[in-house]
Structures are given as structure tokens and as C-alpha cells.
Design a protein. Sequence first.
Length: 314
Amino acid sequence: MTHPDISAKIAALMPELRGRLLANQSLAPMTWLRVGGPAQLLFTPADTEDLAYFLKNLPAEIPVMPLGLASNMIIRDGGVTGVVIRFAPRGFGQITVEEGYRIRAGAFAADRKVAMAAADAGIGGLEFLFGIPGSVGGALRMNAGTRSNTNPEIEGETRERFVEATAVTRAGEIVTLGLDDMKFVYRSSGAPADLVFTEAVFQGFARAPEEVHAINARVQEHRERDQETKVRTAGSTFKNPPGHSSWRLIRDAGGLDLRIGQAEMSRKHANFLIAHDGATAHDIEMLGEEIRSLVKAKSGVELEWEVKRIGVPA
Ligand SMILES: Cc1cc2nc3c(=O)[nH]c(=O)nc-3n(C[C@H](O)[C@H](O)[C@H](O)COP(=O)(O)OP(=O)(O)OC[C@H]3O[C@@H](n4cnc5c(N)ncnc54)[C@H](O)[C@@H]3O)c2cc1C
């Protein structure tokens, strides 16, 4: 499906725009699941000021969706109407170490690189980011983290290390948010949904570089042992309902015997879905909905999607 090309009309409203506008750009290659249709308009801002200028001049009725590393997303087969913001490493990928065991990172910096920079600088507490394949922007929106209380050394959550974030509002205003503004909860942030994060500061603590590198390596080992790391997936499909593990509910409901088109749940980690070659976003979403029905019928528990489903069906 292609969308009407609005790129010339939008460009005409913004003579001083420095970033790049592209009409009908395929999003699938940018996502972990490698499925989904195009963005009506893909915008790559040059820097935060350029993003603010763009949002200020973009007609208010046009929807905007920021894309991180798309490791927690199903883009539907019909693509995304309106604007998708795709950051470039230049302008949004910088990572700097600051006084007092702090790290400042751009929204498009990979979580893993933040953890590596922290290790090099002798900053502990950010090791959990080493195992999360997203970006800082995605970590802020999702309150990314891991928590099972079995090994605190390799666990943590974005909110525990958060100091402040910079964001641009839909009206084009650059704002700073503190911990209270972020309203972090389990795998989400209650900060206004239209904010586009551009940068964050995290607080760690003193820990010898070799120790932090060693913990990062243990994070990796743990991932490779217990999770899918070499297939097309989006991590945990559903949030863990209070008092339950989604993977156990899915397994016990017979979810591992289900396959829709080229999509099925992982036998290694039943809450991870896998997209095989030829899978469509429709296959994947239908599988998820079928799993929710099975679990509801078997246990009475309603699973809530953790993965974001974005855009329109084919
Ligand atoms: C193999 C695998 C393992 C995973 N393990 C974990 C895990 O242990 N813990 C965990 O929490 N997650 C895990 N995930 C899920 C995912 O990596 C996280 O949710 C991550 O934080 C998403 O970041 P992203 O940059 O990919 O965001 P995306 O998937 O691109 O986006 C996710 C949401 O964040 C929003 N967003 C992205 N960037 C910005 C921005 N700059 N401003 C505003 N909103 C933005 C998007 O609009 C969307 O709503 C895993 C995923 C995979 C594939």
C-alpha cells in the first residue's frame, strides 16, 4: 500500500528545515521483525532544534510516531499514516560521560553502547542495558529493564538510573523532564504520549571497569542461555500480569502448539514470538490475539501486549 505523497506540501511549510523528508519509505527493514508497510512520510531530523522546528510547523492534525531501533514494535502491513521520525546516529547517537558517574546519551544511542561506555568509564548500575537491543528513546518510553529478583547484579530498570530527559512536544517546544514527570511504571512511561525524547542523563555509581565489563558479559550469557537472540522477534510479547509469568501462562495454555502463517511462539522462551521468513504483520498480530484468547480461556488471565502495534492493516 502506498500513501498520498505529502512531502512537497510539508517541505513548502518549512523552508529552513535541515533534516531529510522521504515519502512512502518502507519501514520493515528498520524493524527487528522485518515486517510491515511504509511510512507516509519519514523524517530524519538534523538535531533537536531541527526537530522542534519541524513539529512546530507541521499541521496539528498530522500524526507523529517516533521510531527507535524498532525492537518492540509490529508495524502493520498497511504502514503508518502521517509522519514517522527516524533518528540518525549523527545528532542523536552521542554518549558522553559526565561528573559524578553520570552518562548523557542521545535518544538514538543504542542501550548496549551506553552500557559499554559506562563500563569503560568505571560506572556501575547500567549493566542491564547491555542486554536490551533498543535505543535510549525506546528505553525511556518503555521503562526498559529486567526484573526477576534472582540476580540483582544483571538486572535493573530505566527508572532506577534516570536523572532527566530532554524532549520536544508536538507543538515544537523543547522541554526537560525530571523523574516525577516521567511517571514510570512497569514497561511504560506516563509522560505525555506525544513527546519525542531527544536525550537522557543516567546516574550510576563507582565500579571498576573490569568488573562492569564482566557483569555485561554475564548479562549476555544469561540472554543467550534463556532467550532467543538469533531470530526475528520483539522480545517479550506480553507484560507479566501481577503475580504471573506470561511465558508460563502461554506454555500451560498450549500456546506453543499454535502457528499462524509463518509466526509462532518460541520454545526457548514462550513469551517471545518468532517471525519466520514470509511472516506478515497480520500473521504475527493474529498469533498474539489467539494466544491471548487461549490464555484467557485456560487461566482467566487477560494478557496485555507489551509490544507496540503501530499503523494500519493491509
Ligand atoms: C531479543 C529482544 C530482547 C528484549 N529484551 C528486553 C528486556 O529484557 N527488557 C525490556 O524492557 N525490553 C526488551 N526488549 C524490547 C525492547 O528492546 C525494549 O522495549 C526497548 O526499550 C525498545 O527500544 P527501541 O529503541 O527498539 O524502541 P522502538 O521499538 O522503536 O519503540 C518502542 C516505543 O518507544 C517509542 N519511542 C522510541 N523512541 C522514542 C523517542 N525518541 N521518543 C519518544 N518515543 C520513542 C516508540 O514510539 C514506541 O512507542 C527486547 C527486544 C528484543 C528483540
